[in-house]
Design a binder for this molecule. Structure first.
Ligand code: SF4
Length: 576
């Protein structure tokens, strides 16, 4: 089945920023947090923010304490002053595009010009804009109301950012005829328009369209209308429970779009559900393959096979031929740690991967047994290699187990980082270190008792690839991680910067084996490993363009990169 996702689906920049600010504040600040008016028109996000302790206030009280977040629409400046005077700490999450309109209004009203706002009288954004407009301010929502205004000597016309562009163009025509000396600023945000245009194009190219978003969200309802106008069946759902699975399993292609206030995790959940849909025309063997892939990923067996393959390649490149026990140790260690983490991270998985969260809740005992057995078997195997290998693996296992534990007691209130998990980027860095040691250092220390000239090259390259894998998955899980307060690298650096970093790193990693070959640090034939960074680069680009959304296909492809490393190493050492 073909699934197409609109690039514009989900949070617009301003809403994303406001929700991120609110989630970060609720994770960071212990005192009460409020939003001034509902932060966003989406039931899941509002109930989540409530769960995180964010209450809503609509009025400025005389006295108060805590933090108030100003929502993306903005508010009049006197409200901000009033909140600060009452004793609140104010965090302004007004969308930068709205701030731009506020700034235009403030500048021109201070020069004595009349302010005409094309918008809806009772819209919160318009209420906020009026607060910057001084005495001569007017809101117009029809050409008649323009006719009723006096002609000013000096005036500007601006628009509410979500105003209908066709109406604003008519106001412009009116002004050019009747009051050509007025200055017109087109302050409409193109986000809504682009979203509707894409929904229309999407509907034309698929059999059915799913529109995701709150039933009370005006822009989401409009998207559903746009899809219907294209003559295709369209389903407006708030979450995956509203999907008509029976109907959808009959169609060959499905398009997904979503309103500006729909969070990624809701869109991803819809995608995951459709992705595993038993498409009726699919062949039986294909169903079986999909089920096996899913089980291998859920149980972390596939990621552990990847670790084993990386160990095979690393040890061969370091001249260790008798490497089966090291492959087993890396396999068992990664299987144990990843399963252990999945068992204790079901809260974040509720948003990032509800299918996995459900699987681990349902099979808690079984998966706990798997984690313990794999961990114990790994330690036993390490012990057969000597005391030092055993102690190294034990230390790595304890580090992994301590990640979520509170190491600094509450009474040391000056220390912000009580758990390793609280340190920005710690999850990404720890996974990379653990994989680097397990797959590249452990075999050479155990087998040879010392590092050799290839170790540095192998370790750098392997850790680079693991870093890309981990940071990329962290990007996909950003919203869920933010909800539970996990400090991953993309949350610390920002999504765009992390993506740019990963792409540059992959280019570097693709030429690195060749460079190592030229300097005699690795066999020249190791240059063929460039295939893996290139594959990961293509996956990241496909994800950026919404050709591959987070789901088991994407994860399976990324993990296959590690299996590929093992296969390429096998080719290098078999045919050279
Ligand atoms: S629609 Fe545009 S102006 Fe409004 S919050 Fe989103 S990005 Fe900002």
């Amino acid at each position: 089945m073909k699934i197409m996702i609109a690039k514009t689906a989900g949070f617009c920049m301003g809403v994303r920023r406001a929700v991120d600010i609110a989630l970060d504040a609720s994770n960071r600040i212990d005192e009460p947090i409020y939003s001034f008016g509902p932060l966003i028109h989406n039931p899941q996000v509002l109930s989540l923010l409530k769960e995180k302790g964010l209450a809503v206030i609509d009025q400025v009280p005389d006295k108060g304490s805590g933090t108030v977040i100003i929502r993306a629409h903005g508010v009049p400046p006197d409200k901000i002053k009033g909140l600060e005077k009452a004793g609140y700490n104010v965090i302004d999450a007004t969308c930068p595009r709205v701030i731009k309109v506020q700034t235009i209004i403030k500048k021109h009203s201070s020069q004595g010009e009349a302010i005409i706002i094309v918008g809806d009288h009772d819209h919160p954004e318009v209420t906020g804009l009026l607060g910057y407009a001084g005495e001569r301010k007017y809101v117009v929502d029809s050409l008649e109301s323009m006719d009723n205004l006096p002609v000013f000597d000096k005036a500007i016309i601006v628009a509410q950012t979500t105003q209908n562009i066709h109406f604003f163009n008519r106001v412009k025509e009116w002004s050019n005829k009747r009051a050509p000396h007025y200055t017109i600023f087109n302050t409409i945000c193109d986000s809504t328009e682009k979203r509707q245009a894409e929904a229309s194009r999407l509907a034309e190219s698929v059999d059915a369209v799913i529109v995701v978003g709150g039933f009370n969200s005006g822009n989401t309802r409009r998207l559903a209308e746009v899809a219907k106008e294209a003559g295709k069946p369209s389903f407006h759902v708030e979450d995956e429970t509203g999907l008509d699975m029976s109907y959808l399993s009959e169609v060959e292609s499905i398009g997904i779009t979503a309103g500006a206030s729909t969070p990624n995790w809701v869109i991803n959940n819809i995608y995951r559900k459709i992705e595993t849909l038993p498409y009726k025309k699919l062949k039986r063997w294909h169903h079986a393959v999909l089920s096996i892939q899913r089980i291998l990923l859920m149980t972390n067996i596939y990621v552990a096979i990847g670790a084993g393959c990386l160990t095979y390649a690393s040890s061969k490149l370091q001249g260790i031929d008798n490497n089966l026990s090291y492959i087993m140790i890396a396999f068992l260690y990664v299987l144990s740690m990843h399963t252990f983490n999945n068992l204790i991270e079901t809260k974040a998985d509720r948003y990032n991967n509800p299918d996995r969260a459900f699987f681990y809740q349902k099979n808690f005992f079984l998966m706990a047994c798997l984690a313990v057995t794999a961990g114990g078997a790994g330690l036993l195997t390490a012990y057969t290699k000597g005391l030092i290998p055993f102690l190294i693996l034990l230390a790595m296992s304890i580090m992994g187990g301590m990640y979520n534990l509170k190491l600094v007691p509450e009474r040391f209130s000056l220390v912000n980082y009580r758990r390793i998990k609280d340190i920005p980027g710690s999850k990404t860095i720890l996974i990379v270190l653990a994989w680097g040691v397990a797959t590249s250092l452990f075999p050479v220390i155990s087998a040879k008792g010392a590092l050799n000239t290839s170790t540095f090259s192998v370790l750098i390259w392997a850790m680079g690839i693991v870093f890309v894998r981990t940071a990329f998955f962290d990007i996909l899980d950003m919203q869920g991680d933010r909800i539970v307060g996990r400090e991953t690298l993309p949350i610390f650096l920002g999504e765009q910067k992390t993506r740019a970093l990963l792409k540059k790193l992959l280019v570097f990693l693709s030429v690195l084996p060749l460079l190592f070959g030229l300097f005699g640090l690795l066999p020249f034939s190791a240059a063929i490993l460039f295939i893996v960074p290139v594959l990961l680069f293509l996956i990241i680009i496909a994800n950026e363009n919404r050709k591959l959304l987070p789901g088991f296909r994407l994860v399976f492809l990324v993990e296959t990169g590690f299996v590929l490393i093992g296969m390429l190493a096998f080719l290098i050492f078999t045919f050279s």
